[in-house]
Design a protein around this ligand. Structure first.
Ligand code: IPE
Ligand code: IPE
Ligand code: MG
Length: 248
């Protein structure tokens, strides 16, 4: 991006992405949906590299929703195989690039082999600093909020917490990614303009960016376009534009 002198470059601290459109990408080529998922893995690798280089500190990718179990068994099976293979293949490279990988979502539904690989990849990269990559797998925003509510309820029931002490930060401490800033930029490829039960609580003030481009076609140029669009937005958090201008 060419930066004009009066333009502030604003890199989001946290980007989250709904990587959508693999199935339609394959269908357009008269190929099975699974072909689109394989192609999508390549885009995922490029996106990790792109956003790390751009200076984004937290990247959260929606890989498999809690509702995706309702897909045909064959497709679910292939997706699980792809997770396992990609983790096996790419964990060392992530580690070399100083990227920490973490999974959010209910991992107990995964096979023992996949759970073991997830833990190994997390442990290998746990101390890395450049960027944290969160993979949302068997994740749902409502599940996340419910877990936080349950842990609050437990603290209340055991009198570790009084009802007057329940505030936003108490609830947030029970959410996935409670140690990360909320997403600044939400990207969804594939043309649908919906959240699909992604990070419902954490997206409260995220800038939303929707593109028609299908995930396997989401190029570095398209990624840059999302960042440029974000940099031009004015985040007001309820204030007026004039107030924000004065603060800058
Ligand atoms: C996103 O692509 C990948 C997953 C949900 C795992 P889709 O598989 O949803 O692709 P479309 O929306 O059918 O094109
Ligand atoms: C959302 O995509 C989940 C992921 C990208 C992993 P879907 O394709 O499952 O979303 P819907 O069903 O169209 O809302
Ligand atoms: Mg889809």
């Amino acid at each position: 991006m060419i930066i004009k002198s009066n333009e502030q470059v604003s890199i989001p601290r946290h980007v989250c992405i709904v990587m959508d459109g693999n199935g339609r990408w394959a269908k357009k080529r008269s190929m099975p949906r699974t072909y689109g998922h394989r192609k999508g893995v390549e885009t995922t690798r490029k996106a990790i590299e792109f956003f790390a280089r751009a200076g984004v500190r937290h990247l959260t990718l929606f890989a498999f929703s809690s509702e995706n179990w309702n897909r045909p068994q064959e497709e679910v099976g292939l997706l699980m195989d792809l997770f396992l293979q990609s983790l096996k293949k790419n964990s060392a490279e992530l580690h070399e690039k100083d990227i920490r990988i973490r999974f959010i979502g209910d991992r107990e539904a995964f096979s023992q082999t996949l759970q073991k690989q997830i833990s190994e990849s997390e442990q290998l990269t746990a101390k890395n600093q450049l960027m944290t990559l969160n993979v949302a797998a068997n994740y749902g925003g409502q599940w996340d909020i419910l877990n936080a509510v349950k842990s609050l309820a437990e603290k209340l029931a055991s009198n570790d917490l009084g009802i007057d002490q329940v505030d936003r930060s108490e609830l947030e401490s029970g959410l996935s990614l409670s140690d990360s800033p909320d997403p600044d930029l939400f990207i969804r490829t594939g043309g649908e303009q919906r959240i699909s039960n992604f990070m419902l609580w954490q997206l409260a003030y995220a800038e939303l960016y929707f593109t028609e481009v299908l995930w396997p076609d989401f190029s570095a140029q398209e990624m840059q376009l999302a960042l440029d669009t974000y940099a031009r937005r004015q985040r007001r958090y309820g204030k007026t534009a004039e107030q924000i201008d004065k603060e800058c």
